[in-house]
Ligand binder design. Structure first.
Ligand code: ZN
Length: 353
């Protein structure tokens, strides 16, 4: 039995690219100059990810400004003062606020996939942002001439197009990043906000066939930025039963950094749907120590006691650098952790034969 293993998405950008992004933002480097360095980073990232032996790769999100905001880059109807996301170490990230309609994505994720596939020799997965995250840009007060209902209708269309275009462009799978799911229980412990997020994302997923949904997944995590998190203290028992309502075939669950992984595995065993494959996180991007292959193997074998091996997969707990300017983890560490994930998953596959 071969247990599938996949990355989540991002790899820290090389120093020259982080610098170039800053230069471009301040007008000292033109789009062509930035594009050249971006391609250089993309080529190097794909080469190194393939060298880890990972059977499925990503582009390391070298071209995304962040996992959440890529559809918004260049949109002129935005103000900077949107929802603030506080992290455990005290730092924050702030989303923009929509100031006018109609809302349209400026970039679809297939643009990254098409570039990656020019250089990749292995299957490429593509991460997209959940509609429920982009929904947070609509302010509490109604936008003049563009009510929330119109916005949601446009958003569902755009989020559907984002997924469909990646499937059409040949993504091995499409992963919906849903970090705000766990965060929502901090903002609203009753679970009402979480349920509204799941309902919105299911309105998007309803547009896909069973066959297509088998290639669509969702990623849950407590956030990961500058080696900190926003919702690790939220109990999985509150989150996962609702999250498994999402009409997806694959669920990518952060688990390596959980203090009580068996408790989380028990919840997964009880509440995941039979058609869902569960990719458990076996490496922790927040922890600078590189896992050994044996540690990874043992984490997989632990999970296999709760989840049937034919429904099991492995992944990293999260992306290694969801925001382009986050250089808290080195590229060498990220690739070493991925190599450990691949080798440890192979060892577990052998042990389960
Ligand atoms: Zn994540």
């Amino acid at each position: 039995m071969t247990i599938p293993t996949e990355p989540i998405g991002s790899i820290p950008r090389p120093g020259y690219l982080v610098e170039a992004l800053g230069e471009h933002a301040s007008g000292r480097l033109d789009a062509d100059g930035l594009g050249e360095l971006r391609e250089k980073a993309l080529v190097d990232t794909i080469k190194r990810m393939e060298e880890t032996g990972s059977p499925v790769i990503t582009d390391g999100e070298q071209g995304k400004p962040s996992f959440a905001t890529y559809p918004l880059a260049g949109l002129t109807s935005l103000a900077p003062d949107g929802v603030v996301i506080p992290f455990a170490d005290g730092h924050t990230r702030q989303l923009p606020r929509l100031t006018a309609g109609p809302f349209r994505y400026q970039t679809y994720a297939d643009s990254y996939l098409i570039e990656a596939k020019k250089h990749a020799t292995k299957p490429v997965k593509q991460a997209v942002i959940a509609a429920s995250a982009i929904g947070l840009i609509y302010p509490g007060e109604e936008v003049a001439g563009y009510d929330k209902e119109q916005f949601i209708a446009d958003l569902v269309n755009e989020a559907e197009a984002d997924i469909r275009r990646s499937l059409d462009a040949g993504a091995n799978s499409v992963q919906i990043d849903f970090t705000e799911g766990r965060l929502s229980l901090k903002l609203d412990p009753s679970g009402g906000l979480l349920q509204s997020f799941v309902d919105l994302n299911n309105a998007v997923l309803d547009r896909f066939s069973e066959e297509e949904r088998a290639k669509i997944g969702v990623h849950t995590c407590p956030g990961g930025d500058q080696d900190s998190v926003h919702s690790l203290d939220v109990d999985y028992a509150g989150l996962l039963p609702t999250l498994f309502q999402l009409k997806v075939g694959n669920v990518y669950v952060q688990l390596a950094s959980e203090t009580e992984p068996e408790r989380a595995l028990q919840v997964i065993a009880e509440h995941s749907r039979p058609e869902q494959r569960i990719f458990v996180g076996v490496t922790d991007p927040i922890n600078p120590r590189v896992e050994t292959a044996e540690e990874v193997r043992d984490r997989v074998l632990q999970a296999a006691r709760f989840i049937s091996p034919d429904r099991l997969g492995t992944c990293d707990d999260c992306g290694f650098s969801p925001f382009a300017d986050d250089t808290s983890t080195s590229r060498d560490t990220a690739f070493a952790k991925i190599a450990a994930r691949v080798e440890g998953t192979r060892l577990a596959s052998e042990a389960l034969d």
